[in-house]
Structure formats: C-alpha cells, structure tokens
Design a protein around this ligand. Sequence first.
Ligand SMILES: Nc1nc2c(c(=O)[nH]1)N[C@H]1C(S)=C(S)[C@@H](COP(=O)(O)O)O[C@H]1N2
Ligand SMILES: [Mo]
Length: 200
Amino acid sequence: MAIVSRGFRGRREADPRLPPGQYLERGFPVLSAGPTPRTDLSTWTFSIGGAAGPRATWSWAELTALPADDVVVDIHCVTKWTKLDTSWRGVSLDRLLDAVEVADDEQYALAHCDGGYTTNVPLADLRGGRAWIAYQYDGAPLPPEHGGPARLLIPHLYFWKSAKWIRRVDLLTDDQWGFWEKLGYHQYGDPWKEQRYWGD
Ligand SMILES: Nc1nc2c(c(=O)[nH]1)N[C@H]1C(S)=C(S)[C@@H](COP(=O)(O)O)O[C@H]1N2
Ligand SMILES: [Mo]
C-alpha cells in the first residue's frame, strides 16, 4: 500500500523459499554437539537394521558404487539459518531400504552416528525421494566437519535430523527420541510449521 515506504517494504518482503522465522545464510555454518570423529574408510560401514541387529551392511566401496543422485536443496537449521541451493551427491534411502525386509509395524527410524549422536524420523520420511546418505558436497568429498565421510540428508526437516557421520539406521516399532529430541527439540521438525521445540 502507498503508506508503506519502499525501505520498509524491502526489509519485510518474504522470500517464498524461506520458512517462517528463518534468515538467509550464505556461508555454511558448522554445528556439532561434540568433536568431529574420524573413521578409516577401509573399516567404515553403513547398516540398516532393527532391534535384533543389522539386516544389510555396505562398505564404503559398496555404498559409493551404488547409483547415486545429485540433488540441489534448501537446508533449514533450527537456529534460524536457511541456506539455499546446496548441492549434494548421495544414495537415496529408497534404494537402501529396498535391500532390507521391513515389518509392517516398523514405522519409525533412529539414526546412529560415530560420536554417539542420534536422531529419530518416521520411516515414511526416509522414503519418496526425500532422504539420502550423502557423501559429496559441492562436487567434492563431504568435509569431516560437515559429516564426512557420509551423512544423512533430509532437507524437508530441520537440519538437526540430517545426522552427520551416519553409521546405522534402525527400524523400530516405537518412536525412540534422539539426542536433541530428548533435550527439547521437536520430535518431527517441519520447518514450514516451525516445529522447533516440544509443544510447537
Ligand atoms: N552426528 C551429528 N550430526 C549432526 C549434529 C551433531 O552434532 N552430530 N548436529 C546437527 C545440527 S543441530 C545441525 S544444524 C546440522 C549441522 O550441519 P553442518 O555442521 O554441516 O552445518 O547437523 C546436524 N547433524
Ligand atoms: Mo541445528
């Protein structure tokens, strides 16, 4: 409207790709709850399993030999930064889940990482071309501080769900909360609904 000055309007104009409460970040902040673990690629494995143990395990060579996707996505951290058009290469969880038997009542997943970090996500959110085990960022091996050798990438949820240094995903019959979820972060974490903390 005419009474709104150009400067005021300029600051208030919302980028449609920015979820509520988020600001644009051009750098790539590092957020880690502990030290950066280092794992030898010759012994590194990634597994999908359940309460009774692993059902499928891939070595580094096996994982990186699988057909991979190149994805360009926006990422949203609960500390309010959003980074647009980040580019990754990784194996889709759809492909990896195809290799294991999943019981009908296993509707939850809990990701486990080197260093002990965990995060929970409904199994459905790992399917549908929405989640990857990512091992490249911007055309180069994923740097250790950003989760290399490999991390979970689930860009439609707040970035704490994108577990760095991922080693295992367990399929569970009940929703077991992960590291930040137990400390007050929302159990689901949809940035478009601003599900930051318990009760949001
Ligand atoms: N293993 C592990 N994964 C993690 C974290 C962590 O501390 N440990 N931090 C989470 C949080 S809160 C965010 S915002 C992103 C940060 O990823 P980045 O450091 O690559 O920006 O990683 C997520 N994954
Ligand atoms: Mo975060």
